[in-house]
Design a protein around this ligand. Structure first.
Ligand code: TRP
Length: 467
């Protein structure tokens, strides 16, 4: 890492700034909205265990690799890959890591923004009093009414895209970074309030049993692939977002410990969200764990509608979800915007507008997939499901696989070792072998089992080769 690189991007003053920024990116809708509903769709316990195992054995090692690549390359993912490939004279095909990341970020943001729009809509529902005293049926009806109104969803999708583009164009990530430093702990406090409420009035034992009692017989190939994909999604991994943050990291900050902190906080928030939501789900006949993307939005209003001061808590909670989504969404387009700016073909304003419009347009497909386009399906998936499947379950794991192979097999061992600055020889070797062998093989295998299960291609299933 050369000194002149420092002139392009200033580095952050402390490790904590990186931790806050990366946590801001990692903690978002993935933890609070997506994790509970996919855990519910995939039967709970066994899925949760596989997800945790994926975080530990694949997510963390690959995240260390991604931060390291960013710190070495010190620019946007596309140009970082150009530089790294140049440095070690690797074939140009490796540039694909950067390009695929740009594409994945745009597709993810398109639907991410629609869901964040739901949170803004609910924030307003809270103050308008529509939630007061609501029961399970009422909450389901309220959600259905939102889905039946594309105009509502498009309006709030537009609001959220404008918020995201504002920060990206103004480059005020520093301001948002400071805000996140206060709002993230507040989010934790709110989750604790919600958790206490759920323990009090919901069916907490049923929720604990559901999330942590492991029954492997309920686990399918597609559930394992979803768990792997979510490990990448929730850590913002495999598309260059973490690379961008890594590029701002001071040269001597310890990457390993920093990554462990971010992954730990991220996992904590997801588990807390699950423990807050499922007691309410199990206490209400009208809501099923496998409810789908609406799970958060049909369960939490019941809590807020019936607790003292619920409408204030509810308002604050949905505001915090919006902010958490906001600090994540920025990292989804930043690789694209930074790339275009670096080519000097467009200003920051122009790139922001171009990619903002693109994401907004794509987002309309997600809006419609909850209504008029519900039956337009590719491989059995509607627009939203397809965008989510393609990015989270295919592109991110593939990006992660390539990063693992690149850092593990292509980059010079001594450079990697110096960059990581790990005292223990054993830990370094362990990490490197996990990255070289375990992570790539596990990603490939899980993806093959998943695809074979989902599309009914038995020849792709490694298990079937032996059975
Ligand atoms: N991790 C975020 C969440 O859990 C979403 C996100 C932000 C993301 N940046 C990303 C996902 C990059 C994948 C890649 O809500």
């Amino acid at each position: 890492m050369s000194d002149e690189a420092g002139e392009v991007h200033e580095t952050w003053n402390s490790r904590w700034t990186f931790i806050m920024a990366a946590t801001g990116s990692a903690v978002g809708l993935g933890n609070i909205w997506k994790f509970p509903y996919i855990a519910g769709e995939n039967g709970g316990g066994a899925f949760v265990l596989v997800y945790l195992a994926c975080i530990l054995t694949i997510g963390i090692p690959v995240m260390i690799a991604e931060v390291l690549m960013g710190r070495w390359g010190r620019s946007s993912p596309v140009h970082t890959m150009y530089k790294l490939v140049d440095d070690i004279k690797a074939p140009r095909i490796w540039h694909g890591i950067g390009w695929m990341g740009v594409a994945a970020g745009i597709i993810i943001l398109s639907y991410y923004s629609v869901i964040a729009g739901w949170a803004i809509h609910y924030l307003i529902q809270m103050i308008s009093g529509n939630i007061q005293g609501i029961d399970g049926q009422g909450a389901s009806d309220l959600f259905a009414a939102m889905l039946a109104s594309p105009a509502t969803m498009i309006s709030f999708h537009t609001v959220f895209m404008l918020m995201t583009m504002f920060v990206v164009i103004a480059g005020v990530t520093k301001g948002l970074g400071k805000a996140v430093r206060i709002l993230m702990p507040l989010l934790m406090v709110m989750l604790i309030v919600l958790l206490l409420f759920s323990i009090g009035v919901g069916d907490f034992p049923a929720a604990v049993k559901y999330l942590f009692a492991v029954d492997f017989s309920s686990l399918s190939g597609s559930a394992i692939l979803t768990a792997l994909g979510h490990a990448f999604f929730t850590l913002s991994l495999g598309m260059g977002a973490i690379m961008v943050y890594g590029s701002y990291m001071p040269a001597h900050a310890p990457i390993g410990k920093t990554v462990l902190t971010v992954a730990g906080l991220d996992t904590l928030v997801a588990l807390m969200a699950g423990l807050a939501i499922f007691p309410i789900v199990f206490a209400n006949e009208a809501i099923a764990p496998g409810e789908g993307p609406g799970l958060l939005f049909v369960s939490l209003p019941i809590a807020f509608g019936n607790m003292p001061g619920g409408f204030v808590f509810g308002f604050v909670f949905f505001a915090l979800i919006t902010v958490a989504a906001w600090s994540s969404s920025i990292s989804l387009v930043e690789p694209a915007v930074a790339w275009l700016v670096e080519t000097k073909k467009a200003t920051r304003l122009q790139s922001g507008i171009i990619f903002g419009l693109l994401c907004w347009l794509l987002g309309l497909g997600t809006v419609l997939s909850f209504g008029a386009w519900e039956d337009i399906r590719l491989l059995g998936l509607n627009f939203f499901e397809f965008a989510d499947f393609l990015t989270a379950n295919i592109m991110l794991p593939l990006g992660g696989l390539l990063m693992a192979v690149f850092v593990g097999w292509k980059m010079h061992k001594e450079i990697v070792r110096r960059e990581l600055d790990i005292d223990s020889d054993f830990i370094f070797k362990l990490w490197r072998w996990i990255l070289r062998v375990f992570s790539p093989v596990a990603i490939l295998w899980v993806t093959m089992e998943g695809l074979s299960h989902i599309f009914g291609w038995p020849w792709l299933s490694v298990l079937s080769w032996f059975g």
